[in-house]
Design a protein around this ligand. Structure first.
Ligand code: 13P
Ligand code: SF4
Length: 322
């Protein structure tokens, strides 16, 4: 009896997901809404999105979509980037509490002080920064574009903020650049260590190790492939190998397993460490997306004209060089 009740409850919840998804789909066409979902979002959110991908792909998609309203399912800096690229659109962050701790690690005052020490350096900001911080930077990069953009900057003296791990990765790829780093980084990726790699490799000796460049250099150095969330997914989907240890947020393991279910059912994906769970990326629910589309939730992103025009310069520079 108890299991039947449990079964009925699950059935109701399942119905609720598909019901919510249909309501969202209807609201999207009625209200001309585009939904963007970062690859770390839950599957039921990805299913209602017009675009899914890494932060670079989403920012490009946002600049090209014709819709009047955009709902970002990701974290705040991603919604702010969409607003910067599309100031005439109404942009919502589906869950206002979804922030990225790395984006809040440095402020304008700190960067102004560091710039005084290194006045001739070009300031490169990872896109995981606040709009305020972008106003004092020269060019933005994402994890997928950092190496190629820094390579194209004519100045070899670079101040890279805030992620010292991504900055170290760029430095290793571009030894001719002189890159100054500050001590910032992703509190999720940066805690994975060499012992985690050893444990995962001994559990799955035939698996390839794919990691995000936000991991520490010692972990990146052991990887078979380093790339953004989408680059990791592309690599795993195209590879002839059949087992992969995934060194980025654990939702990518689930997403890859789901995508491969029909096309490559023998492929297996394992999480490098159970520490790779970003609570901020998990805070958005399908209900938040529905509430936001209905006009009863989310937060509209508003930025002052002057902040937008100053911050936009480094986003434009990213698109020009990227
Ligand atoms: P991507 O640029 O790979 O999407 O990374 C965003 C992010 O928040 C990684 O932690
Ligand atoms: Fe920020 Fe790290 Fe979470 Fe990405 S995984 S949103 S960088 S805290």
């Amino acid at each position: 009896m108890q299991s039947l009740c449990g079964y009925r409850r699950i059935e109701r919840l399942t119905m609720k997901i598909s019901e919510m998804q249909s309501r969202i789909a209807k609201l999207k066409s009625e209200k001309d809404i585009c939904i963007l979902a970062h690859s770390y979002q839950a599957r039921e959110i990805m299913e209602v999105a017009d675009f899914t991908g890494d932060s670079f792909q989403l920012s490009v998609a946002a600049s090209e979509v014709p819709h009047k309203t955009v709902i970002m399912c990701g974290v705040r800096f991603m919604a702010e980037t969409v607003k910067l690229l599309s100031p005439d659109k109404t942009v919502f962050l589906a869950n206002p509490t979804a922030g990225c701790p790395m984006a809040e690690q440095m402020d304008k005052e700190l960067i102004a002080a560091v710039k005084k020490q290194f006045p001739n350096h070009t300031v490169v900001a990872y896109v995981n920064t606040t709009t305020e911080l972008k106003t004092v930077c020269d060019v933005c990069v994402t994890s997928s574009s950092a190496v190629s953009i820094v390579d194209k900057i004519p100045n070899n003296d670079i101040l890279f903020i805030p992620d010292c791990n991504l900055g170290s990765y760029v430095q290793n790829q571009l030894p001719h650049k002189n890159i100054k780093l500050l001590q910032g980084g992703c509190p999720i990726h940066a805690v994975v260590n060499v012992a985690d790699v050893k444990n995962a490799k001994s559990a799955y000796p035939n698996a390839l190790l794919l990691v995000h460049p936000e991991c520490i250099p010692a972990v990146v150095g052991l990887a078979d492939f380093v790339g953004s969330t989408s680059a990791i997914m592309d690599f795993a989907l195209k590879s002839d190998a059949s087992e992969f240890i995934i060194g980025t947020e654990m939702s990518i393991v689930e997403n890859l397993q789901y995508i491969c279910a029909d096309s490559s059912p023998d492929k297996r994906f394992y999480c490098l460490s159970q520490k790779l769970l970003c609570p901020n990326m998990k805070v958005t629910t399908l209900k938040d997306v529905l509430d936001c589309a209905e006009g009863n939730g989310g937060e509209e992103i508003t930025l002052s004209e002057s902040t937008m025009s100053k911050a936009r310069r480094c986003i434009d520079e990213m698109l020009r060089l990227g």
